[in-house]
Ligand binder design. Structure first.
Ligand code: OGA
Ligand code: MN
Length: 281
């Protein structure tokens, strides 16, 4: 129904001639849902929409998560998280500033982790700040059979704390209490496609539960190298008006640093799974 253009050999598609602010509904949303599940990442270029339209469109795909970092939420629309290095009145308006952000799944540390994120470019630096995505279904499929057998049924520990120490600023005590470490299956069954994806990431996964520490560290090192091989990765160079919607159950992402003298503001909504498909998975 919509014309598409592939973004890489493995995954990702640009949806042509589509405006989020036209408030698509019914068949249009069903079509987008299908394309989202098929391609794992959708790019909408040349968008002209405001925060209300971003929230309205995102809601068509599920309930929206209010991020634990309340200090970085949009004042008007708490469903929107600001990702930014901009300072106003002596405080950062958004999270993740201008440094490199390591590979992660959004909210992998929640008991019912988000299944999607929609990120809209509001203000961009002239260069830098590209965002890379990795196809974790393709990465799982290509693993040697004996590695799959070893990993099936295993749990990994996911830590927001580890991510914050490496790439972000500490949470306060209330936020810490809302985001303790958690265990999730390493081979995640996708709630829509039923495909398996490697559900771990260098930024937040600290160990394989119950394994000898050295074996766990060796396996994670192998998997982190494996999942970020060029054939599984799409690197997105942002243009003004871009909105990218990714499948957060089977892709992880990272961001390049950029020159702190330039401002960058991205606005993100986070889509929760339907309750009957939330967890376990
Ligand atoms: C995010 C994120 C990367 C970026 O919004 O979840 O990781 O490009 N953003 O700023
Ligand atoms: Mn993220």
């Amino acid at each position: 129904m919509y014309a598409t253009r592939p973004l890489s050999v493995s995954f990702g598609a640009e949806i042509l001639d589509f405006q989020l602010s036209d408030a698509p509904a019914g068949e249009d949303i069903i079509a987008i849902r299908k394309l989202w599940a098929e391609h794992k990442l959708l790019l909408f270029r040349n968008q002209s929409f405001d925060e209300a339209a971003l929230v309205g469109f995102s809601r068509k795909f599920g309930d929206l998560e209010i991020h634990v970092r309340e200090e970085y939420l949009s004042p008007e629309h708490p469903e929107i998280l600001y990702v930014s290095n901009i300072e106003r009145d002596g405080r950062h308006i958004g999270i993740l500033s201008d440094n490199e952000v390591g590979w992660h799944y959004d909210q992998i540390y929640l008991p019912k982790p988000a299944v999607g994120s929609l990120l809209m470019a509001d203000t961009l630096p002239p260069e830098g700040g590209n965002t890379e995505f990795a196809d974790m279904c393709a990465a799982w499929d290509a693993l040697p059979e004996q590695t799959k057998t070893k990993l099936n049924g295993c749990l990994a520990n996911q830590s927001y704390e580890a991510f914050n120490q490496a790439y972000s600023v500490p949470t306060n005590n209330k936020q810490k209490a809302r985001s303790p470490d958690i265990h999730h299956p390493i081979a995640r069954i996708h709630p829509v496609t039923g495909r398996k994806a490697l559900y771990l990431c260098p930024g937040m996964t600290t160990e394989i539960v119950g394994w000898d520490p050295q074996e766990s560290a060796d396996m994670l090192e192998f998997l982190f190298d494996w999942t970020t091989r060029p054939e599984f990765v799409y690197s997105h160079h942002w243009q003004p008006g871009d909105a990218v919607m990714w499948d957060n159950a089977c892709t992880m992402h990272r961001r390049d640093p950029f020159d702190p003298r330039h401002e960058r503001l991205m606005k993100r909504t986070t889509i929760l799974p339907p309750p009957h498909r939330a967890a376990p998975f």
